[in-house]
Design a protein. Structure first.
Lengths: 79, 650
């Protein structure tokens, strides 16, 4: 058991915005460095881990953002 | 090979197109555990992406999407990670074999031969599996069982679960039974082979886990996401090693699909289990039509039938792709409609409950609770202590279920920290906490009203959580306190275990600890007894509950290797005595004296017999005895996935 920790709406907005900005920065970085990233990806071998790593990082940031996004819009799971 | 030449230029239209298709595919995947890939690959190829890069990029978006979806659905207690990993490992082998088979067919019969093989596989699998899924849905709708929240296990699954093959039996939470891995391996392999052939292994995996192994369809579809993650990660590494992944394409699709998969996962919490089959069956049959349409094209290319004109081929290909896109859109439409309808019904139920709560007199105003003469075996007043988090979901659910079964009154409380430090944060912060707690309790009251359970709710403040829970239980003279349990990871275990143990130590009545995903369905109870009066108290309560739930009971007594034979003999006597007493009450009971460390052995016994509740006695409330008991109780609480009822003897 623990005490109630549900954050208020303001806290959720801040978290959602922070994660949204982080996601945007990641996507902007990917497309601004498109040539470099694609160049390294095509080398294959151990460089193949670059796209795998990128996919993991994006899924963490963007996955958390989308979760908060729907929650903020009131689309929540039935308890 | 110049791999960079494989990567297309992306304009705004392409990006928007992939985002939308990704969103729809994610929505369906979040709901049924798979799907979408069969449209994404052709959609990318339609933009000029070479086939191999489209497949590689699709794979690279699939594993992070499945990871996010699996985590989300695990929060709802729908994922069986063990089954997912076991199936995923064999699916990986299936993928490799399927890809190898594809290459051989392409080498022998050319591209048309390979396409024909894929289309025939599509049609054959989807006709058999999709047809059966839809038939099952229609049958359930006609018989009225589709409205049930709990699905029945298929006769085939029951037969497989009954087969015991030594050294291969594994307990799976979703099946609530042990099954031989010799049955899961071919199923996983077929899932992988289908994934390598038509990109949607879930069309075999989900029905396989449901109909063949006996997993509920909601858990099968959620567990499929673990399989998809394992297969996707393996496939991505394979393609990335050859430099074929276009990470831009993968991340654009991922951007859309993560919005979709969250929504699809949320949708599963609002629907009846048969909706998974409705969506999956509908998509499968529509895709079947789509692929059947292009079979003449490949037959013509292989000169097995007369040559088709260029216009006819183009028209058949276009119509085929159109039907495939329509299949995905139809699936997405059903998911969104079900979500909208479910949310609307939930809101209406909450509003009705809020009105009912407002009309209920204040606790204690109308009726004084009856004095409690003996708490043993009586379940007339139940206290559910919830912290409004998902970790209390199991406690709330089982508290309600128990109150409904026993005709008990329910009191639900939520705690808000009310110490000086918190108050110094200001009234606003405290007000938000209180509002949030009230909303949670209103929802709980709505569920109680819907279940016909009399329920009172209250938000309480206090410094010490366990002391306040005990105070509340004494105030209402509760027969039982129901609480949730945090995760089993080390940190949360350390933080929470202490409060739960203190609660068990201080409470006068029994305490039921329910992990988030645990359900007390009455499949089997394990009663652990050491022959003391505390063990006898536990036996009385276990018997009372087993009668109400019509559950069989396995009585266990644990001896440690250092125990003398006399002690073992005594343990056998204890077990026999309790089994006879339970049997005299008309309860199906069996017993065993086991050997090993007490906590772990009790947990293993529960897992082995597929129990959904462990009942154990608690020694005194204070002092050394409590400390001694704490280690075993804590071990059981931390290690078992099922609910634990700790019975207090006065």
């Amino acid at each position: 058991m623990a005490t109630v920790t549900a954050a208020g709406v303001e806290k959720k907005i801040v978290k959602t915005l922070a994660l949204g900005v982080l996601t945007l920065v990641l996507y902007a970085g990917l497309f601004l460095m498109e040539d470099l990233v694609l160049g390294l990806s095509t080398l294959g071998g151990w460089f193949g881990l670059i796209p795998v790593g990128i996919a993991f990082i994006f899924s963490l940031a963007h996955g958390a953002f989308t979760g908060y996004f729907w929650d903020l819009l009131g689309v929540r799971a039935k308890k | 090979m110049d791999a960079a030449a494989n990567f297309v230029h992306l304009d705004l239209f392409n990006v928007a197109y992939l985002l939308i298709v990704g969103f729809i595919a994610g929505l369906v995947s979040g709901f049924i555990g798979s799907g979408g890939a069969f449209v994404l690959t052709p959609a990318m190829m339609g933009l000029g992406v070479p086939g191999i890069v489209a497949v590689a990029s699709n794979m690279c978006h699939k594993f992070p999407k499945a990871l996010v979806g699996a985590i989300k659905r695990a929060r709802y207690g729908q994922v069986d990670v063990k089954l997912g990993i076991v199936m995923g490992a064999s699916a990986e082998a299936g993928v490799l074999y399927g890809a190898h088979l594809q290459e051989n067919i392409r080498r022998a019969f050319g591209a048309a031969g390979s396409n024909l093989y894929v289309s025939v596989a599509f049609v054959a699998v989807l006709a058999v599996v999709g047809g059966y899924v839809l038939w099952d849905v229609v049958r359930a709708l006609r018989s009225g069982t589709a409205q049930a929240q709990v699905e029945t296990v298929s006769p085939l699954a029951r037969r497989l679960q009954a087969i015991h093959i030594p050294y291969t039996m594994v307990y799976f939470r979703s099946l609530d039974a042990r099954v031989s891995v010799l049955f899961t391996i071919p199923l996983g392999f077929a899932t992988g082979m289908l994934a390598a052939t038509i990109a949607v292994g879930g069309f075999i995996g989900v029905p396989g886990m449901h109909y063949v192994l006996g997993a509920p369809s909601l858990m099968a579809s959620a567990t499929e996401l673990v399989i998809a993650f394992v297969m996707g990660l393996g496939g991505t590494i394979k393609f990335a090693w050859s430099g074929l992944v276009d990470i831009r394409l993968a991340m654009i699709i991922l951007a859309g699909s993560l919005f979709g998969i969250q929504l699809g996962a949320i949708g599963t919490t609002y629907v009846k289990p048969h909706m998974i089959k409705v969506v999956m069956g509908t998509i499968m049959v529509l895709v079947l039509v789509s692929r059947a349409l292009v079979i003449p094209v490949y037959l013509s290319e292989l000169e097995l039938i007369g040559t088709l004109g260029g216009g006819t081929v183009k028209a058949l290909n276009s119509v085929s792709f159109g039907i495939m896109a329509f299949a995905l859109a139809t699936g997405a439409f059903i998911v969104l409609s079900a979500l909208r309808k479910g949310m609307r019904a939930e809101r209406a139920a909450q509003e009705a409950a809020a009105l009912a709560v407002a009309a209920t007199p204040a606790p204690g105003a109308a009726t004084q609770p009856l004095p409690q003469l003996s708490p043993l075996g009586r379940f007339e007043r139940i206290l559910v202590a919830s912290d409004a988090s998902e970790y209390s979901a199991g406690a709330v659910r089982e508290g309600l279920r128990l109150a409904q079964r026993c005709g008990a009154r329910l009191r639900a409380v939520t705690f808000v920290a009310g110490d000086l430090e918190d108050e110094s944060l200001g009234e606003r912060a405290l007000g938000r906490e209180l509002d949030s707690a009230r909303v949670h309790l209103d929802q709980l009251a709505a569920r109680a009203a819907a279940a016909g359970v009399p329920c009172e709710t209250e938000v309480v403040q206090g410094v010490s959580v366990h002391e306040r829970i005990v105070e509340e239980s004494e105030r209402m003279q509760a027969d039982l306190i129901v609480v949730g349990r945090r995760g089993r990871r080390r940190l949360s275990r350390m933080m929470v275990g202490d409060i739960t143990l203190r609660l068990i130590g201080s409470a006068h009545c029994s305490v039921l600890v329910v992990p988030r995903a645990a359900e007390v369905r009455g499949r089997r109870f394990v009663l652990a007894s050491d022959g003391s009066r505390f063990g006898d108290a536990a036996a009385v309560v276990a018997g009372s509950l087993a009668r109400r739930c019509e559950a069989p009971v396995t009585v266990v007594s644990v001896a440690v290797p250092s125990h003398a034979e006399a002690r073992r003999q005594e343990a056998r006597g204890v077990v026999d005595r309790i089994v006879r007493a339970l049997a005299a009450d008309g309860i199906a009971a069996q017993g065993a004296v086991l050997e090993g460390p007490a906590g772990d052995t009790i947990v293993a016994a529960a897992a082995d017999c597929g129990a959904d509740l462990i009942v154990m006695g608690s020694h005194g409330r204070t002092g050394f005895e409590r400390l001694l008991l704490g280690s075993n109780t804590e071990r059981v609480l931390n290690r078992t996935p099922c609910a634990v009822l700790v019975v207090k003897a006065a």
